[in-house]
Design a protein around this ligand. Structure first.
Ligand code: ZN
Ligand code: ZN
Ligand code: ZN
Length: 353
């Protein structure tokens, strides 16, 4: 994520901030400029950018629920921002607890949409395949009705109970996963979506995909059944980024896609802070020349991104361990996995040959 600062006082801001903690100015994200703007009210519901007073905005409709801080032009006919307009269903907010769960879901989803926009991937209905627009159903499972998180033809369904920390941790432990987060779900499920958009109808890309990830025509339901029956037996960690990735080529793709987005977003944060690593140890080749000098979204070489990513993950894991927290990135990247990252990177850059 990019680093934002208050245009009134210079305070460093988080993407989710709606008010500057230092000077109290109001803030809002403009997805056209991809920037968090410092604004002030000109009427009850319209705001001016303090740097460009001719630009007048209103908040997204979901701001009233503290579920969104994105801005849209004041004269826009729509009430929703680029991220919220993708919602088809949100949970019933009259049910106690749902508002807070949904707010957490939205925080993760807005970060996802930020990255998709940075990658210049088609997101809105007018840019994507009109037969399969990207949409979200945020549903709340019950004892009687279990909601499965998943993707089908552009519709991503997410069980908002995944935003409940206890449910999330129980599920993570039951499935033996190393990492389970809302942003991880979003990144994984959009992987399935962009596979449809970018891979399945392009013969050359599809051949390259099958070469690296395997043949997706293998029976999906049967593959999942075998995956759960077998457990971790026969799992080759140098081939797959996670155990689940080994279930079927589609899941390998979606898991690798999610990790590619994890890498880009985290490296952008490192770049925004001008991160440079120079560990006080004897020579370690992984840490040679680790200086985030270039915006990862503008970096052409996937190998260079992976080269920087490995030491950055070691450093952030160490920082977390210092605070008694689990590793942020409990994964090991082999050359074979890096090759899959490179395939996705080239595809996103549309320089696939
Ligand atoms: Zn300020
Ligand atoms: Zn919104
Ligand atoms: Zn999946």
């Amino acid at each position: 994520m990019k680093l934002f600062d208050c245009n009134n006082c210079g305070q460093i801001l988080y993407f989710e901030n709606i008010q500057c903690e230092n000077c109290g100015y109001t803030l809002g994200f403009d997805a056209e400029k991809m920037d968090l703007l410092t604004i002030h009210a000109v009427s009850e519901d319209t705001f001016q950018d303090i740097l460009n007073p001719e630009q007048v905005y209103k908040y997204c409709y979901n701001e009233q629920y503290h579920a969104c801080n994105w801005l849209i032009p004041a004269d826009s006919e729509t009430s929703f921002c680029k991220a919220c307009t993708l919602n088809r269903t949100i949970p019933n907010l009259e049910v106690t607890g749902n508002l807070e769960l949904w707010q957490r879901v939205e925080r993760a989803k807005h970060r996802l949409v930020y990255t998709l926009l940075k990658l210049e991937l088609p997101v809105s209905e007018s840019e994507t395949d009109p037969a399969f627009p990207l949409h979200f159903d945020f549903l709340c499972g019950t004892e009687e009705e279990h909601i499965l998180t998943g993707h089908e033809d552009g519709l991503i369904t997410l069980n908002v109970l995944e935003a409940d920390k206890i449910v999330q941790e129980q599920t993570r432990a039951a499935l033996g996963e190393r990492y389970r987060t809302l942003i991880g779900h979003f990144r994984h499920e959009t992987g399935h979506y962009y596979w449809m958009l970018l891979v399945q109808n392009n013969a050359d890309v599809l051949a390259g995909f099958r070469n690296l990830f395997g043949d997706e025509r293998a029976d999906y339901q049967a593959a999942l059944k075998t995956h759960y029956e077998k457990g971790r037996e026969d799992f080759v960690s140098s081939k797959f980024i996670s155990h689940y990735a080994s279930a079927h080529p589609w899941e390998d793709w979606a898991e690798t896609w999610a990790h590619y987005l994890h890498m880009l977003d985290t490296l952008e944060t490192a770049y925004s802070y001008g991160l440079q690593l120079d560990p006080r140890t004897s020579f370690n080749k992984d840490f040679q020349d680790v200086h985030l000098k270039e915006d990862p979204f503008l970096t052409r070489s996937a190998d260079e991104l992976v080269r920087l990513w490995i030491p950055v993950t070691i450093m952030i894991n160490s920082m977390n361990r210092s605070m008694g927290q689990p590793d942020v990135y409990p994964f090991v990247l082999s050359d074979q996995i890096a090759e899959k990252f490179s395939f996705i990177h080239r595809l996103c850059w549309s320089i696939y040959e």
